[in-house]
Design a protein around this ligand. Sequence first.
Ligand code: GAL
Ligand code: MG
Length: 999
Amino acid sequence: MSGRVKKRWENQAITGINRRKAYTSFYEDSAKKISLNGIWDFLYLEAPEFSPEDFMLPETDTTTWDQIKVPAVWQMNGYDNMHYTDVLYLFPVNPPFVPDKNPCGIYKTKVMLDNEWLKEDTILRLKGVGSAVDVWVNGTYVGYGKISHIPNEFDISANVIEGQNDITLRVYKWSDGTYLEDQDMWWMSGICRDVELVNEPRKGILDAAVTAGLCKDGSTGTLEAEIKVKEGIDTGKFVLYDGETIMLSQELSFDNGRAKVSYRLPGVEPWTAETPKLYRAVVAAGSHTVSVMTGFRTIRMENDNFTVNGKVILLNGVNHHDYNPATGRVVSREQLEEDVILMKKHNINAVRCSHYPAEDYFYDLCDQYGLYVIDEADLECHGFEWTGNYKWITDNPEWETAYVDRGVRMVQRNRNHPSIIMWSLGNESEFGCNFVKMAEAIRALDSTRLIHYEGDFEAEVTDVYSTMYTRLKRLQEIAESTEKKNKPHVMCEYGHAMGNGPGGLLEYQELYRRYKRLQGGFIWEWYDHGIYTEDEEGHRYYRYGGCYGDFPNNGNFCIDGLLMPDRTPSPALCQYKQVIAPVEIKLVVQSERELVLKNWYDFRNLSGLQIKWNISYDDKVLEEGVLDGISAAPGEALAVEVPYSAFVPQANTEYFLNVSACEKEEVSYAAAGHEVSFAQFRLSQHQKLLRERPRQRPLLVEETAVSCRISNECITAEFSKVYGQLTCLVIDGKECITEGPKLTVYRATIDNDMYKKDDWMNKYFIQLPQEQTESFSLEEREQEVKVQINKYFGCLNQSWGFYLTYEYRIFGEGELSFSLTGKNFQNGKEEPVFLPRIGVQLQTAKELQRVKWYGRGFGENYPDSKEACPVGIYETTVDGMSTNYVFPQENGHREEVTWFSLGNETESLLFTAEQGVGINIHNYTEESLEKAKYPWEIEEAEDVIVHVDYLHSGLGSNSCGEEQLEPYRVKRQDFTLAFSVKKVAAGQEIEAAKVKYLK
Ligand code: GAL
Ligand code: MG
């Protein structure tokens, strides 16, 4: 038992002092407001006890104080220190006590109020201050508030005066509330959301809770409203509008400050995330008018599923935090809107407010644009898990008030939003009596939504059974069982988007779509939490945990979003869009014309879309058209024929049918023509034409004991007989390959390899291979010279490896053809479960910076993440091949490449493969990529580093979740990898790649 006397901010029983009861956020409010955002006087202290005497008085001299912007977290403005931990509290776990050294900020501002203003009430609204705050107005103590992400409001009518008013806030970094705010994010404090004064009418509205539902007939709406007003108001008015049209109008008479509205309205348009139809309820009472946007929709449990308007829906969601790389937890309205638009553009239909309620405006956007929301209470006490006493406060009734308060305030504040379909009790806080009470309290307030909480592992009080990062096998088991009372399952987090990845999303989607019990999931997470940095040397980059000397920290575990800090959609976001696309386009293979369009929307008919198609070859379109007038109800499949004309294929040319489902008309988040989904099909028409090789010019072979040179005026190939390697290739007098191919099984590890990295690099040493030359032989044929090198490949102290046969054919016309055959070998027992890749690395001349390829693109793609990347001919620079991850790692791979070229303005070195290969082309080596902690640390190589892969492993999501699945793991195996190299004039790559020889 602690002998410490509790400070105010060390008392979990005090959730607030004189704080106003939470009430619904209004869409519009006639009350005047004064924004107090802006520059405030600021005094930062190591502990509240150091506060100067009389700091709360209006006459306090603040000339020596600093100034700070409101809203802004103080750690990003030069105070305190930046610190990132995922789980750990930064102090001993001794609830409710917090460190003596408790950074605190005293904020002061002045505001002029006139007589007119004083006729009404004055409410001080702090929309988000953390972790706790004391308030003084004109020197008088007003009250105390807690919770970082729900407004704290104080009625300061009795404290304000005509003229200048002084407002003083003292914000505490640590409080007992901190024990409940241990979310995985940067530790940030201060005023992180808007501050305003509301001139609330003395005869005004206190609350207007509006609940709209939809009857089973699908068109009759129900509308219930409960309106609370201040004293002295007897009558009012409630009007419901559809646009400008009045749907209903009712006089209100208040009994004891309350009035209710209850209606059934035939012929309403339902709200769904796909059809976000909103109506506006306007409430007027006294001299106050507020409006609320509402939507008719009903969430229900039906036959072991949850439904929206009677329909079992699938959530294709994402977890959203408040984050901005320049301002931390302070997020502008513009950014929130951009986020919502980007989500909608990427087919995302749901968002979980992880792990605290969002700014009011965010829900308005979700209502308007259409996103299903899981709203989550500002509650996580993850650090307890690591004490071995996870339930410590969760199952302690002394904390009941604190828990329940967080749930209840969320519901009271956000209940008007049709977009919210579930209340989540919090995150990662185990389970116990306080959650039972919170669930009861929430249900008593709002029975129209469902309860979610992943930490209720047995789904005792929740309506849905929620898990996170569940592996596919277990997910399927859940899907096929009736465990947890057969409650519908949602995956509140999966697909950990850390660094390069996640891969393997398709398999999840497939299960969600196959099993009715599975109602989808939410990718972890939306945005990378990197901190924008410009250092003295001019480097611009993003920092993560540990970059501030913060210890302990979780490094780049906060760089785990689909959106990069510079707001570039990551390749994974594009992949997710395609995986969850509501239109699945398949081709009936035999016909090669008949498409089957499956409508995965829950409510929309496909009639709003049009199907654009074309037949393409190389970089050209042969024919194109539009299929209009399609129609398929949700869940239905539609067969349509693509009326392309018969054509005679050109030799050695592939033809594709490309199909794209696009919005016919403009939608709120995108212009007409916006692509929802696409598919590409390789057509079977193929005309193979093999030519005789042209007569070759004679080649001269010069050999020494250690080297061999094969040359004529067009080509020179030099080999080291000691190392059994091509050391240089010169074509037309210019060195183009500066170092020949060598087998490699290694790639710079990605975050999703974090649990394999140690084995790979410190046990199997896959980054330290060696080749041993067994034989070097040379054959001078009539038309060519053939070099065959037999070698053994192995890694440091390993018993497994490959017997290799390198074969080079040098043709006098200036072409080199390469093949590598590997026979795998193991004479021991130890070896990695799988390899990152099997391929070769070679180096080309640095001046060849223009890249073109025929394969999947444009963006990077991997075997388990390539749905967003159709086959085509793409062009960029070597640097443009890279994806610039905040934490450097393997990137920029392209799959199914049949040719690629590296060139300059005038000429290109063309690599042509018989079978599709994987490529990586970079201005840096794997080694320097692996070593670098920031992009600017990646050392530029002297040559261009080219990888040609026989096979490349997938990405998986194993930084938190599923490993690379079996089909996407490169196993030790026999292989043959072959390609040829020649030089062509820039622009001639396509034609040149089609030239195929007989042998
Ligand atoms: C989950 C947690 C998230 C985040 C994620 C890892 O366990 O709920 O907040 O920490 O793991 O990035
Ligand atoms: Mg956590």
